[in-house]
Design a protein around this ligand. Structure first.
Ligand SMILES: [Zn+2]
Length: 269
């Protein structure tokens, strides 16, 4: 569908919501006694808008990548995406595992984490992985931000990656996948594409590696985008970051099923 690059093309849902606001203004100008009805309609519309923004894999608010393109799927490709780092205690071991399997992943890094571990961010790029934008500070209220707040989070995340590593990110992943209708025009103006995932293991809260593995691997298919975390990783009962426990078996299974791993950039180039 629309590439979303350069120009903002509002989704049909966003357009309908805007049209509804226009109609509400006309109705009020025509007859102010309609106020209670108009207000409840607008409240309902905003509830819907904020609710659909809480569906990470939804596309009602604009284009949202949740799988690789058909051409990549036909080649048996999957993508491994790793969020919330870099993390000095976890990322070096993740990079070693990826090297051992000769796999390239896509890291959705947080600007403040990059500033705390700039050498690790450069190492990610040096080893050929993708380094993409996961906001400047990963605020938990990201979906409540206005245009200025969202622009700052996206632009500063982009700037930190560029200044520290020289890498030009092309994808943005919203913190926790949550967003609002203001995000798409912000991303379009910066030439970024919103990327979510096909399957995630909830490995920032799930301490049982076998359950994370099950969520990632049961039904795994060509074209899937997998989400794991090197930053904010939950620890197993023995104190090990879950991703380190899970990653080798995920990569073994990918290979055993005849699939291969590409970065998002490779899949969408
Ligand atoms: Zn995150």
């Amino acid at each position: 569908m629309a590439s979303g690059l350069g120009r903002w093309f509002p989704s049909a849902f966003t357009k309908a919501s805007a049209a509804f606001h226009g109609a509400a203004a006309v109705a009020l100008a025509w007859d102010s006694s309609l106020l209670p009805i108009v207000v409840s309609g607008l409240v309902a519309n905003h509830l819907i808008l904020s609710t659909v923004g809480l569906v990470p894999r939804g596309s009602l608010l604009g284009p949202n990548i949740t799988r690789l393109p058909d051409a990549a799927a036909a080649l048996g490709h999957v993508a491994l995406t790793i969020d919330d780092g870099p993390d000095a205690a976890v990322t070096p071991a993740v990079l070693e595992i990826l090297d051992r399997y000769k796999v390239r992943a896509t890291f959705f890094a947080i600007g403040s984490q990059i500033l705390a571990a700039p050498e690790l961010a450069r190492e990610i790029v040096r080893r050929g992985h993708g380094l993409e934008n996961h906001s400047a500070t990963h605020p938990h209220h990201f979906s409540l931000l206005g245009v200025r707040g969202m622009t700052n989070e996206v632009a500063n995340g982009q700037r930190v990656i560029r200044e520290v590593t020289g890498f030009e990110s092309r994808f943005f992943r919203a913190p926790a996948g949550l967003r609002n209708p203001l995000l798409q025009p912000v991303l379009s103006s910066m030439g970024l594409r919103l990327a979510s995932w096909t399957r995630r293991g909830f490995d920032t809260v799930e301490r049982d590696p076998s359950r994370v593995r099950g969520r990632l691997l049961d039904g795994l298919a060509a074209g899937d985008i997998i989400l794991l975390h090197d930053g904010a990783a939950a620890r197993t009962r023995s104190g090990q970051p879950v991703i380190l426990e899970v990653l080798p078996s995920v990569l073994d299974t990918i290979a055993a099923r005849g699939l291969s791993t590409v970065t998002l950039r490779e899949a969408f180039s």
